[in-house]
Design a protein around this ligand. Structure first.
Ligand SMILES: Cc1cc2nc3c(=O)[nH]c(=O)nc-3n(C[C@H](O)[C@H](O)[C@H](O)COP(=O)(O)OP(=O)(O)OC[C@H]3O[C@@H](n4cnc5c(N)ncnc54)[C@H](O)[C@@H]3O)c2cc1C
Length: 442
């Protein structure tokens, strides 16, 4: 038996550790395009902010490969697979034979073509190499930055640059930030908090070009404004690294399509992490849920199944969690009521209070299952022992928390459990003893 894992990040790392739990002897090779040992991409903005040293990005000790008896080959870009002969080949012509192959090649930052986009101080932030290059420009004394895009990576980058003392403007083409995870009202709460903490925003504004001869001098936008800038970070989303894989017979949708064992349609080839299109069990559709926890879980389960285990992957979950200048925010599952097709079967519960400038906000989205079930339960505060007839049941399908995310764990467990709750259980689960309630409901 010989295993090849392509990718040395969240999915690849958890896969090799799992493989070694079941098979300590067989040949295990990791191929990675980067030159770095496994590190956390999620923490790169904290490094840029000056919150942590670069050494804290690394995920395992230097003796990791030796301890696990595996070979890691750095700087190898795999671009050819022969599924019949079970061979992978790299761009520089190196070949390897596998019995089982995991593709954990993740995704890359999307860099739209913008005039001036090739100037040396224009960056995307995906890799350690990107982070180190950005840090170098910061150390050279950059004072003004423009961040293009209003998603999580853009805002985390903007936060980092602001913390390093730069004057930062975030330019967003749509009318709100964080449009993937929040509705307009929630986005405005966070934007206002960020504005109070010194970030500037231009919404509904397109970038026409980045100006400067040999170095960045500014960003030209429409409506016509020129923003002075020493550096630009483009955060316009990510794309799964599937572009080299189209000709080998894979079923490809948004990413490599996998089944509930994380196997692709080709024999002995698995996929996990940002490259894989998996079942999202909340909206009940196939999608790429590009987050660290989804990648590690998928990597672990793929690794087990590559060793002949029969582990079932129930599906991925859309989950985002972030902290800006002390304001935490979290979104899980279905978070936008306006996107729901039959809203009459759904309910949204919202609470907002302000503590000074700090919003404390919670939104819960429930699917109402009104199909009549007779339950042997009593409503809270009701001393009658009469069973409730035709009581509606509620399934928590998603939530947004801003300012206080302490209930995030309990609510995520409820979304994952997908268990219908009566009104009484729903109140109990959200109450002071919520954690206890989740244990009871399990
Ligand atoms: C700045 C930033 C902040 C983030 N913050 C969060 C967060 O707070 N929470 C969260 O859940 N997620 C966050 N993410 C997303 C998270 O990092 C990803 O979901 C996660 O890294 C996916 O892991 P992966 O193993 O699938 O792929 P990746 O991390 O993309 O790793 C892919 C691996 O494959 C290798 N590779 C790629 N192509 C090839 C090839 N052709 N041949 C060989 N090797 C190849 C790469 O070198 C790398 O080792 C953030 C991402 C970024 C960039």
């Amino acid at each position: 038996m010989s295993y090849i894992v392509v990718g040395n990040s969240a999915a690849g790392l958890f896969a090799v550790e799992e493989i070694r739990r079941h098979d300590t002897q067989s040949e295990l090779i990791v191929l990675t395009a980067e030159q770095e040992p496994s590190y956390s991409r999620c923490l790169t903005t904290y490094f840029l902010a000056g919150d942590i040293p670069v050494s804290q990005l690394y995920l395992r000790n230097t003796d990791f490969a030796q301890r696990l008896n595996l070979k890691i080959v750095y700087g190898v870009k795999v671009n050819w697979i022969d599924p019949t002969l079970q061979i992978v080949r790299s761009a520089d012509g190196r070949e390897g034979h596998y019995s089982k192959l995991l593709l954990a090649m993740g995704s890359s930052a999307h860099k739209p073509s913008i005039p001036g986009g090739n100037l040396p101080e224009v960056f995307t932030l995906r890799t350690m190499e990107d982070a180190l290059a950005i840090n170098k420009v910061l150390e050279q004394g950059a004072q003004k930055a423009v961040v293009i895009g209003g998603g999580l990576v853009s805002l985390k980058s903007a936060y980092a640059l602001k913390k390093r003392g730069l004057d930062v403007t975030v330019v967003v083409s749509s009318r709100q930030i964080l449009s993937q995870m929040l509705d307009l009202k929630e986005a405005n709460l966070i934007q206002e908090y960020l504005r109070v903490n010194g970030l500037k925003f231009l919404l509904q504004t397109d970038v026409l070009s980045i100006t400067g001869e040999s170095h960045v001098q500014g960003v030209l936008t429409s409506p016509q404004t020129e923003l002075a800038a020493d550096m630009v970070i483009i955060g316009k989303g990510v794309r799964p690294n599937i572009e080299d894989l189209s000709e080998f017979g894979f079923n490809i949708g948004q990413g490599l399509q996998v089944d509930s064992s994380l196997a692709t349609n080709l024999p002995n080839i698995y996929a996990a992490g940002d490259i894989a299109e998996t079942w999202d069990f909340v909206p009940q559709r196939f999608t790429v849920n590009a987050t660290w926890p989804n990648a590690t879980t998928q990597g672990r389960i793929a690794g087990a199944n590559m060793c002949g285990r029969k582990e079932f992957y129930a599906g991925s979950l859309g989950l985002n969690s972030v902290d800006f200048f002390g304001l935490s925010a979290m979104s899980v599952g279905i978070t936008k009521f306006q996107d729901i097709k039959e809203p009459e079967n759904w309910e949204q519960e919202e609470n907002l209070k302000m503590e000074g400038d700090n919003p404390i906000y919670r939104k819960l989205i429930w699917q109402k299952n009104v199909s009549s079930l007779t339950l042997n339960l009593r409503e809270e505060n009701n001393s009658s022992l009469t069973p409730i007839q035709d009581s509606p049941l509620y399934i928590l399908k998603g939530f947004v928390l801003i300012g206080d995310t302490s209930q995030g764990g309990v609510l995520t467990a409820l979304v994952k459990a997908g268990r219908p709750l009566t009104l009484a259980q729903r109140k109990l689960a959200l109450g002071r003893r919520g954690q206890l309630a989740v244990e009871i409901i399990k």
